[in-house]
Design a protein around this ligand. Structure first.
Ligand code: GLA
Length: 388
């Protein structure tokens, strides 16, 4: 991203040798969906679409925030003593939430900063634009106030802010992969222990294509929190009969044996998704190690079906784009992220990618009236400084 320092200069009318630039990636999840809050194994990667930040420390207690994506909000101003959530501060609440939480945890923050951000992630598309902004802010604070916090700590802090300040009860996947992503690799992430292993996540001759339905995920937060509550309920039923901490500790057989104890089939189905998705992620790890693209692709399709039928987080637009992708050359495809709109991914033979964009784009448009977008991304390192 070029010229962001110039933009900073234009907005704030100064630039110094101390003005720093940073990049925080977005994320795509290959498989292991909606199990990062059930102690499951997930398989995300940090991507080269993300959030850029240009920042300069101030000597007083004021903060100024400006986003090139929300120019209508103008410069948002506040100070160290006024960091509570305010609806009118829109995107800047993520930034305020991080600073506020650091202060609550007694880290020494005695002066403010001026920040300009620019995001290349489409908002509300399931590619984690909010976690990207949280980690950007956490990283900036870590460097500016010399806090010496680990990447894992910054991820947990950001998740805490998303859960308690923003009210979205997400798991740890997005924040942890944005903190710890690895170039050309995806992270196998055990969300019960937070252990991550970077693995090459590509198949010779195939490409990962991200497909944006451009159907915004309007009800995502409330529906997402509802799914979490349903999983908690399922776990509380199971705990009466079996000693477990997380749904993903159960095998499919264990769960089926407990089915008579569920009065509500819907709650059983939520748990069934979690347990089988865990098994699929484990199998996908083996498929990756054994270089079996079709095995991996079949797991993607099975994951989508379970998210559609058992977990009910897909919907007409996502189902349409996924089925269209499979019809027009992808060997596998599925929703990625929270669902209810946003993006899906497809594994496509490299030689067919251009044709694939056109065929799926036309088909999807004919069926939904919406224009899809396609992104060919690369997998990158976690949040860090960046030379503009
Ligand atoms: C959102 C959340 C993640 C994860 C996914 C679904 O992206 O932020 O924690 O639960 O949905 O897998």
């Amino acid at each position: 991203m070029r010229n962001l320092r110039e933009k900073f200069h234009k907005i704030y009318s100064y630039l110094t040798s101390e003005t720093k630039t940073y990049f925080s990636p977005g994320r795509v999840n290959l498989i292991g969906e909606h199990i990062d809050y059930n102690g499951g194994l997930v398989f995300p990667a940090a991507i080269d679409l993300g959030t850029y930040g240009v920042v300069n420390a101030r000597t007083d207690r004021f903060f100024r925030f400006y986003s090139l994506n929300f120019t209508e909000d103008g410069i948002i101003e506040t100070d160290i003593d006024h960091l509570e959530f305010e609806k009118k501060h829109n995107w800047a609440n993520y930034v305020k939430g991080i600073i506020s939480e650091l202060i609550t945890r007694k880290y020494k923050i005695e002066h403010g900063f001026d920040l300009l951000v620019y995001g290349t992630l489409p908002t509300a598309s399931g590619l984690s634009s909010s976690a990207s902004l949280e980690l950007l802010t956490a990283w900036i604070c870590n460097e500016m106030y010399q806090l010496n916090l680990s990447r894992e700590y910054l991820a947990l802090l950001s998740q805490h802010v998303e859960n308690n300040y923003m009210g979205m009860h997400c798991g740890i996947m997005d924040q942890l992969v944005i903190a710890k992503g690895s170039k050309n690799r995806a992270l196998l992430m055990n969300t019960a222990t937070l252990k991550t292993t970077a693995v090459p996540a590509s198949f010779e001759g195939y490409e990962w294509v991200i497909m944006n339905t451009n159907y915004p995920r309007k009800t995502t937060d409330s529906k997402y929190n509802e799914r979490r509550r349903e999983c908690d309920l399922a776990l509380s039923i199971i705990k009466k009969y079996k000693k477990v901490d997380y749904l993903c500790e159960l095998s499919e057989n264990d769960l089926i044996k407990l089915k008579p104890h569920f009065d509500d089939l819907k709650i059983f189905n939520r748990a069934y998704h979690a347990v089988t998705e865990q098994a699929r992620t484990l199998q996908s790890k083996t498929a990756m190690e054994n270089n079996q693209p079709q095995v991996f692709a079949d797991l993607l399709i099975a994951s989508h079906e379970s998210l559609k039928n058992n977990y009910e987080v897909t919907g007409f637009q996502l189902d349409t784009i996924v089925y269209s992708a499979i019809k027009h050359g992808a060997i596998g495809a599925r929703v990625t992220g929270a669902g209810f709109g946003g993006c899906a991914i497809a594994l496509v033979p490299k030689k067919d990618v251009q044709k694939f964009h056109t065929l799926v784009g036309n088909d999807y448009h004919a069926k939904t009236g919406l224009k899809a977008s396609f992104y060919d991304v690369t997998f990158v390192n976690g949040v860090d400084s960046y030379v503009d």
